[in-house]
Each structure stands twice: as structure tokens, then as C-alpha cells.
Ligand binder design. Sequence first.
Ligand SMILES: [Zn+2]
Ligand SMILES: [Zn+2]
Length: 226
Amino acid sequence: MGLSLHFVVDPQGWCCVGAIFFIWLYNTLFVPKLILFPRFEEGHISIAAIWAYYLTSIFCVISLLRASTADPGKLQDTPKIPLTEQELWELCNKCNMMRPKRSHHCSRCGHCVRRMDHHCPWINNCVGEDNHWLFLQLCFYTQLLSGYTLVLDFCHYYYFLPLKAINWDMFIFRHELALLRISTFMGIVMFGGMCSLFYTQIMGILTIQGIGVHGRHLLLFGNRVA
Ligand SMILES: [Zn+2]
Ligand SMILES: [Zn+2]
């Protein structure tokens, strides 16, 4: 399946994507600098822990970019309707185009999307037939990264021995506690949100009539504009 690039012009969506990107950047910069590298140098953790963090972080940001820019399943201007499916297609009264069943019109994107799940402001894109799997990947890697970050933040204070050979004159080490508290707060919000979202998505896929489950998460994470 080819993935054509797709950009939604929506300043509010850009702000939401920017906020998610900021959280990713903040943790990818500060967690290795404040926890992983000093702990590795003092022999508390192995190099594999650093590689695992960076790999998860890279997978996370790539899946964010792909989910944000992939075509969610936009209907073509002149769709070819198979003869056997003609009765199942209907006219969208917003864009005056024929669309298959389970398509919905998204007023933020301004077009109909096949098998639209919802419009997610956090990726500034609809989640539909062609990018649903990318959205699930994003949820999965974000859970992994935020969970790993929380474990590291916790171990840094409550499990590992205090660091000895760090430079307290450096700004980030002088404000280490505040910086890592912000990281922990972000981790709790992201991990909690992503677990809930991933669970409702998986339940929606496993349950054919999963509208009730979807309906609840749409209130929290996006809006389907039919
Ligand atoms: Zn439409
Ligand atoms: Zn949309």
C-alpha cells in the first residue's frame, strides 16, 4: 500500500502536534543526559539501556510523523464504484460525493474518509482506513517510551545509588529535580492517555460493533465530524 503525503491546514492541530513533539524532544534530550549517561559512566546500567531508549524514541517520532502525514483514506474525486457495491454507496451532503458505507465526512479536513475512526487533533489528521495501523503503532511506541521514561525516573531516585561524579555547576544538574519532575509528569499523562487510547482502539478492532467503546474515547481524544 503506497502512502502519499497528506497535510491538514489547521493551526489548532499544528499546536497540538507541536505540544506532542515538544514532550518527545524534552524527554529525548533530558532523560539520557540526566539519567542514562551518568548512570552508565558510574556502572549502574549497561549500554543496552541507552540504545533501547534511543531506538524507542526514534520509532516513536517516526510513527508520529507517519501518522500525521499519511493519507487516512481520502475519497477520490471520481471514485470507481464496483457494480456489486453500488447499493452500498451513499451521497455525502457536505461535499456532494459518493462514498462507501462507514465513510464519514470530516469538517476539519474538509473531505470524506473511508472507514473513518475519528479526527485526532494530536496528529492533526483523520484516523481512517489507510493510516489506522500507523496510529496504532504510534500509540504502542508512545506507551513504550513513556513507560520506560517513568521506570528510569523512578529508579533514578528510589532504586539507584546517588550519583557521585557529576558536574553540579552545569545548569541541568543544578535543576535536575525540577527537570525530572516535569519529565515524570509528562510520562504519567502520556502513559495513562496512551494506555486508555490503545485499549479502546484494540477493543474497537476486536468488537465488530465497537461504536460504544469508540464513543467514549472520542470524547477524550478527538472528534468525529460526520
Ligand atoms: Zn464528504
Ligand atoms: Zn479529519
